[in-house]
Design a protein around this ligand. Structure first.
Ligand SMILES: *Cc1c(COP(=O)(O)O)cnc(C)c1O
Length: 355
């Protein structure tokens, strides 16, 4: 395994006081590793958090060869620091690399990089209930050259941000509407990757949603504009007449680790979970027949985000009286219980980081 050098800051920052929010504060250190064609990944180091200098012609600025991941470190009541399924993030980033012609990384090295970064700033992992250290690994193309092609040099970096409880005043179901004008992804495109361009293209719909008084949009497939894909930057689940349905992974949906974990936990608990296509019409029918029992989004940031209101065309549908449903509640308690070490980790999903 490559040695990861550690250069500690001489001027540690004061820890933020008051509400942490999300993605506002950054820790004292960051990890950086370089890739050079013919040499591979090299020079992994944890260094003081600081701006980086890039040539204005660096390819990432022009052609968007950029991918990222999102994960958290959790502080348990007995003082341990846990990561949740980090090898899943490593694998997903390698799948993003493959699609964007960026250099893959050994999964063990990837997880070692995350651990080294978190270990350097372990005193930044918040202890308040529900707070965590958000971890943002990312990779950028840095060749100083124009012309569309794969870069020959890259940076892999890890930055970290202490973040507050996503639900400071308790879980509040969100209002969403179905986006029929813009699409997020199409089969054959980059929808299954966490590449920056996907998110740049989604901002317009987010602005529209906020202007209309909604929190998020429900994305439809780009071809038929008929089948449900995701909600905002979360995967989505529906409970219809006892069956739990989530869109199948056919290339345009992001394969969420919270999605995967939810499916595994639900199946283990005896629920009937189906990964399949679900049309807006089926959803409308279910709502009209009183069979739409719950809707919830899944993702690292919120873990489980219940949907209380859904707008389809001109009709507003209230889901489970606008309250969190029993399946959403059970999943939220179970997942957060495992992540914060409150309940037994029977699946060996957590990985401890030691300073
Ligand atoms: C990150 C992300 C998700 C959720 O993935 P998790 O691994 O569960 O955090 C879902 N959809 C999109 C578009 C995402 O970017």
């Amino acid at each position: 395994m490559m040695e990861i050098k550690i250069e500690r800051t001489a001027t540690p920052k004061a820890k933020p006081e008051g509400a942490l929010g999300f993605g506002k504060y950054f820790t004292d250190h960051m990890l950086i590793m370089e890739y050079t064609e013919g040499k591979g990944w090299h020079d992994a180091r944890v260094i003081p958090y600081a701006p980086i200098a890039l040539d204005p012609s660096a390819m990432v600025f022009h052609y968007g060869q950029e991918i990222f991941e999102g994960m958290k470190a959790y502080r348990t009541e007995d003082g341990r620091t846990l990561l949740f399924r980090p090898y899943e993030n490593a694998r997903r980033m390698n799948n993003s690399c493959d699609r964007l012609c960026m250099p893959k990384m050994d999964e063990d090295l990837w997880v070692e990089c995350i651990k080294a970064a978190v270990a350097a700033d372990i005193d930044w992992v918040p202890e308040e209930a529900g707070a965590s250290l958000y971890i943002r690994p990312f990779m950028i193309a840095t060749d100083p050259a124009l012309g569309v092609r794969a870069s020959n040099h890259y940076y892999f970096m890890v930055i970290m941000s202490p973040s507050g409880n996503y639900y400071p005043t308790g879980i509040d179901p969100v209002k969403i509407y179905i986006e029929t004008e813009y699409v997020r992804a199409v089969k054959g495109g980059t929808g299954f990757t966490k590449c920056g361009g996907n998110y740049a293209a989604s901002i317009k719909s987010q602005v529209k949603a906020h202007e209309a008084g909604y929190t998020q949009v429900l994305w439809l497939d780009g071809v038929h504009r008929e089948y449900i894909e995701e909600v905002g930057t979360m995967n989505v689940f529906f409970k219809i007449d006892g069956e739990i349905v989530t869109p199948a992974l056919e290339g345009s949906v992001l394969p969420g680790i919270t999605r995967k974990s939810s499916i595994e936990l639900l199946r283990k608990a005896g629920y009937n979970v189906t990964e399949r296509r679900l049309s807006v019409h089926e959803l409308e029918d279910a709502a009209h027949n009183g069979k739409l029992e719950e809707i919830f989004g899944t993702g690292t940031a919120a873990v489980i985000s219940p949907v209380g209101e859904l707008k389809i065309n001109d009709e507003v549908i209230t889901v489970n009286n606008g309250e969190i449903g029993p399946v959403s509640k059970w999943l939220y308690d179970t997942l957060t219980g495992i992540q914060w070490g409150r309940i037994a980790d029977e699946n060996d999903w957590t990985v401890e980081v030691k300073a």
